[in-house]
Design a protein around this ligand. Structure first.
Ligand code: GRF
Length: 295
């Protein structure tokens, strides 16, 4: 049961212990307040008890757990948890795409991250949405056995899928698997394979990529990782940056959503530039995704 909860909430074992403790203390405090209120107001059975019960569940319990969660550093988890329950009670939960037969329908958007490498961007995105009330990283897709992003998925208890070239490019492009998991949005974070037409068709306007330069410069086939930074340094450009853009059938071509710049100094190397670019990516990518999915 604990493992299931850990998976469901995407939390570490230690954090799960804290959360359970907060539930227990919050519950006891609610019970205590209920008894106090009963003796204070001398409420009669019947309707009075029903009112008290509703008051306890809707106001006192949420307040109690929120208060206890502050010193234990779990306020944002409980804030999101209570918001989610509230939405569910009010019947506001829905999946934007309207396909909620499987998966967790309390999220308005479920993301699949596609990555081929270390996955530092994937990690930042996972961190950002860990306790989010309406957005969830539900799947990691990777094309490289042993890639760092697969260890991240394992550590974070996020389902991962190692994909095969044949099925991706000449088969169904894993669309059935994505649909089955109710994936609404695809984020490419260092994914080195071109996205096949079948996948673009199934997720039109719902696939974004991050590129480590200011597109339309330094994009296209073969322009990834250190090749991009080496080209920027060789060109003598005084600035570089990041581009977040929609994905279409041409490499690094879709509509630009966001760009941020950094200076390229004469002392910069491809490595030092890569570091600056990573900082920009980590700072902006999760926020841009959140803006796109909540506007
Ligand atoms: C990032 O620089 C991204 O712009 C590019 O690939 C890199 C992935 O890095 N598309 P990481 O695996 O997220 O660390």
């Amino acid at each position: 049961m604990f493992e299931r909860l850990q998976k469901k909430w995407n939390v570490s074992g230690f954090k799960l212990i804290l959360i359970i403790a907060i539930f227990a203390i919050g519950g006891s405090l609610t019970g205590y307040s209920g008894r106090k209120l009963m003796s204070f107001w001398e409420i009669d059975r019947g309707i009075g008890w029903v009112v008290l019960y509703i008051l306890l569940i809707t106001i006192i319990w949420p307040l109690a757990v929120l208060l206890v969660s502050i010193p234990l550093g779990q306020f944002s988890f409980f804030k999101n948890y209570i918001q989610r329950i509230g939405k569910r009670m009010l019947g506001k939960s829905k999946v934007k795409s309207g396909k909620s037969n499987t998966g967790d329908s309390s999220f308005t958007a479920q993301i699949a991250i596609f990555a081929s490498g270390a996955g530092s961007n994937a990690q930042k995105i996972i961190d950002h949405f860990r306790n989010h009330s309406s957005i969830k990283v539900a799947l990691i897709i990777c094309n490289k056995p042993g890639a760092g992003v697969l260890s991240i998925a394992e550590r974070e208890n996020i389902p991962a899928l190692l994909i095969e070239k044949e099925k991706f490019f000449r088969g169904d492009s894993y669309v059935p698997e994505l649909k089955e998991k109710n994936i609404d949005f695809i984020v490419l974070a260092g994914f080195l394979w071109k996205i096949p037409p079948a996948l673009i068709k199934a997720y039109t306007g719902k696939i974004i990529n991050i590129h480590p330069a200011l597109l339309p410069k330094y994009g296209g086939k073969g322009m990834y990782g250190h090749f991009v930074h080496e080209a920027v340094i060789a060109s003598g450009d005084k600035e570089s940056g990041i581009t977040i853009h929609y994905v279409d059938e041409v490499y690094d071509h879709g509509k630009i959503i966001f760009q941020d710049k950094c200076a390229v100094l004469s002392t910069d190397t491809a490595e030092s530039l890569a570091q600056k670019i990573h900082e920009l990516e980590h700072k902006n990518f999760p926020l841009v995704i959140e803006t796109l999915l909540t506007r």
